[in-house]
Ligand binder design. Structure first.
Ligand code: FES
Ligand SMILES: [Fe+2]
Length: 385
């Protein structure tokens, strides 16, 4: 890893995602969601940028998704313009063909078969609950276990998936997950949505507690009105919380949010939403609520004009304004952390420990799926008019 420096891991390493950086190496040890299943039909190929790498995501004729390098090994044209042939893809320029592992399997203009034709990268993929996950690290891939949760596999519940693109660094989005104080401010800003109002009890500040678990960090925010909010954060980029459902006063939904870096200044936010709601009309409203994209509304969001947005969109918009407002990549040298940032500091310590292990060539923590049940209580319901 030639880009890895001799000085200890520091906060300047946190935002970086490219191969051969400390964080890029750490992130490549995990499965990440990279696309929505419904966005990729059999026989289609799409360009995809993940962790600062340009890739080609395609779905074979069998229906299986595949992820390989972005450019042809011959003369480097993009491969998403190629033709999918069964489980392989053929470059549109001179017809070189690659399989799902990135190996070249045909060079039509050559009369003799080459023993070792040049290939490209090929990465394992998995589909889970409407999301396509990929592992971009060295073989062998870890078991596909850490991203799983029982609540998202419960057949009595309905799930919805969403992808948002945010034009800023992934790590400040992760830090936002570990910052319970922002609920009483950011989520009351522009318009007091049900989420900010209920969770924060109208703006009450919480006592904060954090503990490291086998899978990540458990965050407990206790407010003076007795409301205890727990979130179950999974290393390195997933948060599991409860949010209001699409029906006012109805059951709260479980939401799992991943921040997958596209590169250092843009992020795909995948959201897996699980509800016990059965009413088709409410489920349809929840599905429509997923259509909101902050980037379509930047100017008005930064003016605080959040009127007319759904509850889910308000949450997303408020987080977007706060986090994008820190800049494309937050300059942490200008910060002044305070008592409210206990979770942010805790999170950074965990990451810096894991980055330092990589720098020293030592094994990091063997993160594993949390086996004990975590109860994520919804706040007491306020009266619904
Ligand atoms: S550039 Fe792909 S076959 Fe020539
Ligand atoms: Fe938030």
């Amino acid at each position: 890893m030639d880009d890895i420096s001799s000085s200890p891991a520091s906060e300047s390493d946190l935002p970086r995602t490219a191969p051969k950086t400390l964080m890029g190496s750490l992130l490549r040890q995990f499965w990440h969601p990279v696309a929505l299943s419904m966005d990729l039909r059999a026989g289609e190929a799409h360009p995809l940028r993940v962790l600062s790498e340009d890739l080609t995501l395609y779905r074979g004729k069998s229906g299986a998704p595949h992820l390989i390098g972005g450019r042809c090994a011959h003369r480097c044209t993009v491969l998403h313009t190629g033709i999918v042939e069964d489980e392989q893809i053929r470059c549109m320029y001179h017809g070189w063909r690659f399989n799902a592992e990135g190996a070249c399997t045909d060079i039509p203009a050559e009369k003799r078969v080459r023993p070792n034709p040049p290939g490209i990268e090929g990465y394992p993929v998995r589909e889970y609950s409407g999301l396509i996950f990929a592992y971009l690290g060295a073989a062998p891939a870890p078991e596909f276990d850490l991203p799983r949760k029982d609540v998202f596999e419960d057949e009595q519940r309905s799930t919805l998936v969403k992808r948002e693109i945010w034009d800023c660094n992934w790590f400040q989005q992760i830090e936002n997950s570990m910052d319970a104080v922002h609920l009483g401010f950011a989520h009351m800003w522009g318009v007091a949505g049900q989420f900010g109002d209920s969770v924060s009890g109208g703006g009450l500040l919480p006592d904060l507690a954090y503990e490291e678990t086998s899978s990540g960090i458990r965050q407990i925010a206790t407010r003076p009105n007795g409301n205890v909010r727990i979130s179950d954060w999974t290393f390195p980029n997933n948060n599991h919380i409860v949010v209001p459902g699409a029906k006012k006063g109805g059951a709260w939904a479980h939401v799992s949010v991943w921040a997958t870096p596209i590169d250092d200044t843009s992020t795909m936010r995948f959201r897996l939403y699980s509800t016990e709601e059965k009413d088709p009309a409410v489920l349809e409203r929840a599905r429509r609520d997923q259509e909101f994209q902050p980037l379509d509304h930047v100017a008005r969001l930064f003016r605080g004009a959040l009127g007319g947005l759904s509850e889910q969109a308000i949450i997303s918009a408020q987080d977007y304004v706060a986090v994008r407002g820190q800049g494309e990549i937050c300059d942490r040298s200008r910060e002044n952390l305070s008592a409210s940032d206990a979770g942010v500091a805790f999170l950074r310590r965990v990451f810096l420990r894991e980055l330092e292990a990589i720098r020293r060539g030592r094994p990091g923590k063997a993160w594993s799926r949390l086996r004990e049940a975590v109860h994520l209580p919804a706040p007491p319901q306020r009266a619904v008019e």
